[in-house]
Design a protein around this ligand. Sequence first.
Ligand code: GAP
Length: 516
Amino acid sequence: MASQEDAFKALVSHCKEYGFVFPSSEIYGGLAAVYDYGQNGVELKNNIKKYWWDSMTLLHQNIVGIDAAIFMEPTTWKASGHVDAFNDPLIDNRDSKKRYRADVLIEDQLAKYDDKINKECEKAAKKFGDAFDKEQFISTNARVKEYAEKRDALHERFAKALNDNNLDELKQIILDEEIVCPISGTRNWTDVKQFNLMFKTQIGASADNTMDIYLRPETCQGIFTNFLNVQKTGRMKIPFGIAQIGKAFRNEIVARQFIFRMREFEQMEMQFFCKPGTEMEWFKHWKNFRLKWHKALGLGDQKYRYHDHDKLAHYANAATDIEFEMPFGFKEVEGIHSRTNWDLSRHGQFSGKKLEYFDPEENKSYIPYVIETSIGVDRMFLSVLAGSYKEEQLEGGDKRVVLNLPPALAPIKCAVLPLLKKDGLPEKAQAIMNELKFDFRCAYEEKDTIGKRYRRQDAIGTPFCITVDHQTLEDNTVTVRYRDTMAQERISVDAIHSKISEAVSMRNLYKKMMQD
Ligand code: GAP
């Protein structure tokens, strides 16, 4: 079996080979942690965005969207706390000259204890077979207990250091845990220092008329600054939400793991404004709803888990992540935060404008509380690809690489393939395609054997291949070949549209997510 690292490398090269993701400005050697989306990538990305946008603004009558500018008046970032507190704790290894996030080094160490526990469990499960009771084993096996105690103690110490913003303690933990630099293998660490992640640039044409501004590090501040505009012009009644999709920028120091951590990325954020005192109820609601949104895609319920935050951001009174099992372990894809009334209060203070809501039922004004759901488009993209990528061994020794993408997200829904490049088959195939193209993104291919063409479509996740042969000219039927099972079926040309439509509709996903 391929190691996790090999599996991830295979996924990254697949993304490039099949037009999903390219390194940015690659002909000049690329730019670290910046990527471009190719012809298939952009379609998948747009489908993800549509899945999110409609799940917010179509399914909820009390959620509307906006599209705010990337540049904002710089006081925004003073008010939001980003100028003073949007920092990462960094540490350098003097021998390799490599820079790391101190918190990430410690999180990796925590994950190592979990790996050790899992390995012991796997060994015992093999040894005891059906009689194996995991819970009992974990609570009684001396070695596992020791690992768990060490992990819990480290976890507690780490959480305290983060909460106290104690940089010396973070360094001490790294030393006490004997964490080494993965490059040099040494423990020759510098002190831990804070580093602000915002990109700065200047706006204005002449030297004496310029102003320092930031590229927004999160999209939601444009929602807060437009709170009154939307509430008043949309006559919105609390509770209501404002959704937005857009670019965000962070000068990430530890840029690794492909599109997982980028310097330019996209966020899909929704701020839900509610009555003070109801925020925990809404926090629970959105936590639940967002997990359903992920699970409805069918990538496997076991691939998701919640992770409650040890250190709450400066604005939050509760926060949880939805993590997905990436090829490099469970990682955050989405954050759900109860942000209190912090942002609106601060923007009120800094702007001098009253960012309040008059509640007709209560007959009084208050600053609403906010629940935020914030998901990275690129991380979502990576999780969808990681959950769909399969290398399958076929009967007869053949191998195929297939993306079992949720059909609603697949870049191309259907490939129309004439069996031969003659006898009127291409013309018939084109005619079928010309009917389908109004509703579905289709591909037409006539080069190479039909087997090779199927494989190419498998590799980009096309759920249906329609093959046109001589029989088609006689009885107006085609062979439909299903990506996941590779099964084939003869159907009438008139039945193609409804078959595809049923399978690729987002409606089915929404219905699944609205159940119970
Ligand atoms: N407004 C809240 C906020 O921005 P966050 O946890 O910093 O919260 C939210 O970011 C989401 O944005 C993350 O869960 C992740 O999916 C995505 N994200 C954050 N930084 C990223 C980066 N450098 N590259 C790609 N995605 C990122």
